[in-house]
Design a protein around this ligand. Structure first.
Ligand code: MRU
Length: 355
């Protein structure tokens, strides 16, 4: 699997996800501004990957700073944090990563670190965030694989794979772990209009891994559930509210309602960094509105008449009642989610402090 994002010679390099699957080209970011632009324009996308990119972008921006004292360095750091935070509003991993970098910064400034030390510590933290993300995907995979039958037909929406994380994937991590564990898996990937993350990215990743993959258009999902014997649905998440409501790619809500109607388990795989206990429910999650041209145009060709109004919300919120379980790196959460989420954070905190 090609790396999604990595440090290379004092630059941050990422595969250009807008160009896949036609071409595998890399974008080299030499400034924080370039990383912010890459997040905004979807060179890199997917909640955990956005968080990792923001952390690397912050470290990169500060590495290039010519500030002579910590006071000026701190002012620049705040400006770069604000720039990263303004890229995309829904995936909470972005804000989680920025807060984590801010905490490291504040702790070491307080301890009297020099500008050079702060530069090194920020880069080091961004590398930790990257590596921890891969490890948490692997852990999610192991927990999630126990929910997959020996011979499973699995439906997924959008791309929650290696490309959407630092590697391995959340929902696709579960599928990968099941396949690696010897289970027979066949995946149905919703194409995911308008950006086609399912058709372009999920199918690209799974085919590369030799996993049986069928791409379906979004409007085939109901029929496939009724006729193709789908055993389970697994998707990723961009933000999970304190009550278990899940914001994920637009269309996820419909898939969840259909799954319930057909008696199919609907699983969400996401790390704890995607759970936002400060957001009470799905209605409070900010939903990104993207450019109308993503809907009006396909491959540069206009598909809709001039004069038609266009809606392009990038995400929707699925109420917790449709979610069979949430798979995290620390284990599987079940309803009532307000309680299981709270308990999971308590346990995770204990694990972190005793580690
Ligand atoms: O707009 P995108 O491509 O960033 O949206 C991505 C998704 O909705 C993913 O399903 C989600 O981030 C989970 S990725 C592990």
């Amino acid at each position: 699997m090609l790396p999604t994002i990595e440090w290379k010679d004092d630059a941050v390099v990422m595969i250009d996800q807008r160009k896949l699957p036609a071409s595998e080209v890399y974008v080299t970011c030499k400034t924080a501004k370039e990383v912010a632009k890459a997040i905004k324009t979807m060179v890199i996308r997917g909640a955990p990957a956005i968080g990792v990119a923001a952390a690397m972008g912050l470290a990169l921006g500060m590495k290039r700073s010519s500030a002579s004292g910590t006071k000026q360095f701190a002012t620049e750091f705040q400006r770069v944090c604000d720039e990263m935070a303004a890229t995309r509003p829904t995936a909470v991993n972005l804000f989680w990563a920025i807060e984590r970098m801010k905490r490291v910064f504040a702790r070491h400034v307080q301890a009297g670190a020099s500008v050079d030390e702060l530069k090194r510590l920020l880069e080091e933290e961004s590398r930790h965030i990257h590596d921890e993300d891969v490890a948490s995907c692997r852990a999610m995979g192991a927990h999630g694989a126990t929910l997959v039958p020996a011979d499973a037909r699995i439906l997924t929406h959008c791309n929650a794979g290696a490309l959407a994380t630092a590697g391995y994937g959340t929902a696709l991590g579960v599928i990968r772990a099941a396949a690696e564990g010897g289970k027979k898996v066949a995946v149905f990937a919703d194409e995911t209009r308008p950006f086609l993350q399912g058709a372009r990215l999920t199918a690209w990743e799974l085919v590369k891994d030799g996993i049986d993959t069928t791409v379906i258009t979004d409007n085939m999902t109901a029929s496939m559930m009724r006729l193709a014997g789908i055993d389970l649905v697994v998707v990723g998440a961009d933000r999970i509210a304190a009550n278990g409501d899940v914001a994920n790619k637009i269309g996820t809500y419909g898939v969840a309602v259909l799954a319930k109607e057909h008696g199919i388990p609907f699983y969400v795989a996401a790390p704890l960094s995607t759970i936002d206990v400060n957001t009470p429910d799905g209605d409070a999650i900010p939903i990104e509105q993207r450019s109308a041209t993503e809907v009006t145009h396909s491959n540069g060709k206009q598909m809709t008449p001039n004069g038609a109004s266009i809606q392009n919300p990038a995400f929707d919120a699925t109420p917790a009642k449709y979610i069979t379980a949430i798979i995290t790196e620390h284990g599987v959460l079940r309803a009532p989610y307000d309680k299981s989420i709270r308990e999971m954070f308590e346990t995770a905190k204990q694990e972190l402090t005793t580690a």
